[in-house]
Design a protein around this ligand. Structure first.
Ligand code: AGP
Length: 622
């Protein structure tokens, strides 16, 4: 997830762009840049690695006077590590066309092959857009002198439109051409883009926070729509070039609320970004299962997949809970799999069976314990595949294979969408392993992929129960002890539910394998103790129903996370009923009510949800 912004009007373009990027920094902050049309149709371009403050300093050293069309970008890297070359805006060969982009151009490698002779300066997918646009401008016989000045804008528009038609994937794009100081173009497909309508000035941005201090009158673009933005007005079109009417709306938020998308906390916003995080992590990587689809991106061929004797997962905290789901999933497909907390792994490194693939999972890619364990594994001669959300992080630079989750920056210390992104990556890998090793036949592989692609919609359906979950959570606002229990693939979800509520509500909570209750934990149950039982349909349902009975008989106040079918079997005090899903995929749904439960208990306790006491977003010490 990155932040893009654009401006055209009579105020100082660079000031407005920088200000907008500051408000978009929560969307990405590993590098940033601005470009604007300067005097005599020159193009002004400044880019830095790091934060907007550094960009501001650079611009102040060589300010741009004037108010031509301008665009800006703050980056959360998906392709190519953070660097000045990889920072947006990206230019074409002429250096007179610039683009900024938020999203993933899936077919950028094949497009690049169609642009021989173009000089690429970055590793990004975005740069291809600038060169493709240049190619189309040339294709429209644009020798800058050969086009009448009144034709420049229509030619720019048509070249931009033709470029969009060739892109596959997700994008919010804006482009500026030095020959057209009076117009900027923007387009949206699967990444948010909004137009801000001012008085003799207009804006575009990834979200309204970038320009809310200048105008609250906005137009939200839909997928497949583009905008030609001039200072005295904006025209809207579909990608076929047909003009469309768009009604402006007035935003009621202040800019602080806007950064959180209108949510009270980043954590809640990120909970609601999980369907998109799963979609973006799966995009372009799933089909055909068991083939070489991951080879181009990460060098992981079907041959290599077949060669591994088993997997060893390592991680910390929430990422470790993802490892436990992964272990159960791979074992389900007959692949030997182990999972260890990274800080307890070192001695085991040298005992791994030969040919083990170590899977290190880390949202930040900087967790010291996970890095240490990964290095121990490499010293023992193992290949390492990392799953991370942070491009260019230390973990990626030392792993043999890198599988990025495309969740965008996770600001809340309590990890939510990164966890779902990790699960999506694990399910993706498990599908490829199972299909490549003959554990999923063609028909089953297709069904697995279809079930996985249905998960984002099921996530949205589950999150639609937020109010009901909030009510249940608020009834436990005074509780100081919580138990979470489940079995099999949802046992890690019980652990995750306990961690979430500990982290942000500071109360005591324990996650347990339900089968362990009789081996001690049942003794701590007191009358009215909150006990959350994940008991969706599947092979452990009867056993879970028994655990719930035993807990209730000892006075526990049991909230069961069920589906419509399992609800008939489980006799709880209260229920949170999820949409039905194949048992294998339930962890990606059952964690959602537990995230919301933890959030609303913390809210009721007036805790600092986004920045809980004693915790850091990334634990870079051992
Ligand atoms: C999760 O909510 C916590 N913030 C914490 O357990 C976190 O998952 C752990 O520190 C690992 O972080 P990483 O994914 O960046 O390695």
């Amino acid at each position: 997830m990155c932040g893009i912004t654009g401006y055209i009007g009579e105020n100082k373009t660079t000031d407005i762009l920088i200000d907008g990027l500051r408000r978009l920094e929560y969307r990405g902050y590993d590098s940033c840049g601005i470009a604007a049309v300067g005097p005599k149709s020159s193009l002004y371009l400044k880019r830095v690695t790091g934060r907007v403050d550094a960009l501001d300093k650079l611009v102040a050293e060589e300010p741009l006077k004037g108010a031509g069309a301008g665009i800006g970008h703050t980056r959360w890297a998906t392709h190519g590590a953070p660097s000045e070359d990889n920072a947006h805006p990206h230019t074409d060969c002429s250096g007179r066309l610039v683009v900024v982009h938020n999203g993933i151009i899936e077919n950028y490698l094949e497009l690049k092959e169609k642009l021989p002779g173009h000089k690429f300066k970055s590793e990004t997918d975005t740069e291809v857009i600038a060169h493709l646009l240049e190619q189309h401008l040339k294709g429209l016989h644009v020798q800058e002198k050969a086009v009448r000045s009144d034709m420049l804008e229509p030619v720019f528009f048509e070249a931009f439109r033709r470029t969009l038609a060739e892109l596959k994937g997700s994008f919010a794009i804006s482009a500026v051409w030095a020959n057209c100081p009076g117009m900027l173009l923007a387009a949206r497909m699967h990444s948010p883009l909004v137009v801000g309508l001012g008085r003799n000035e207009n804006f575009i941005a990834s979200d309204v926070s970038a320009f809310l201090k200048y105008t609250k009158k906005v137009v939200f673009l839909n997928d497949g729509e583009m905008a030609a933005v001039r200072k005295d007005g904006v025209d809207y079109y579909n990608f076929h070039g047909r003009k469309t009417a768009k009604d402006p709306v007035t935003i009621q938020w202040d800019s602080t609320m806007a950064e959180k998308g209108g949510y009270r906390h980043f954590m809640l916003k990120e909970i609601h970004e999980q369907a998109e995080a799963v979609e973006n992590t799966l995009r372009g990587r799933l089909l055909p299962l068991g083939g070489d689809i991951l080879k181009a991106e990460m060098g992981l061929s079907a041959e290599a997949i077949k060669g591994f004797t088993g997997l060893q997962f390592i991680a910390c905290g929430t990422a470790f809970h993802a490892c436990l789901v992964g272990r159960g999933l791979f074992e389900n497909f007959g692949v030997p799999a182990y999972a260890d907390v990274a800080s307890e792994f070192a001695d085991r490194a040298k005992l791994m069976p030969k040919g083990t693939l170590v899977v290190a999972i880390s949202q930040s890619g900087e967790t010291a314990d996970t890095l240490f364990a990964m290095r121990e594994a490499k010293t023992a001669g193992a290949k390492v595949l990392c799953i991370t959300n942070t491009v260019g992080s230390t973990l990626t630079r030392e792993s043999d294979y890198v599988l990025y989750t495309h969740c965008g920056p996770e600001i809340g210390v309590a990890s939510t969408k990164a966890f779902l992104g990790q699960l999506a990556a694990i399910y993706l890998l498990a599908g490829h392993f199972a299909a490549a090793r003959g554990r999923l036949g063609t028909a089953d592989a297709r069904r697995y992929a279809e079930d996985l692609l249905r998960v984002p919609r099921l996530i949205e359906e589950t999150l639609a129960k937020e109010k009901e979950i909030a009510r249940v959570a608020e009834s436990f606002a005074a509780s100081e002890h919580f138990l979470f229990i489940s079995r099999h693939l949802n046992y890690p979800i019980a652990l995750e539910g306990a961690l979430k509520i500990k982290e942000i509500s500071y109360v005591h909570a324990e996650g347990y394998a339900a089968g362990e209750m009789k081996h001690g934990p049942i003794a701590i149950i007191y009358k009215g103790m909150p006990l959350l039982a994940v008991a969706t349909s599947g092979r452990t349902l009867e056993l879970m129903a028994g655990n719930v009975e035993e807990a209730k008989a000892r006075g526990a106040d049991v909230v069961a996370i069920v589906d419509a079918e399992s609800r008939k079997t489980v006799k709880a005090s209260r229920y949170i009923t999820l949409p039905s899903a194949p048992e294998l995929f339930t962890p990606m749904l059952t964690v959602l009510p537990l995230q919301l439960f933890a959030y609303y208990v913390a809210l009721a306790k007036k805790c600092d949800i986004d920045k809980p006491r004693n915790l850091a977003k990334s634990v870079t010490v051992r």
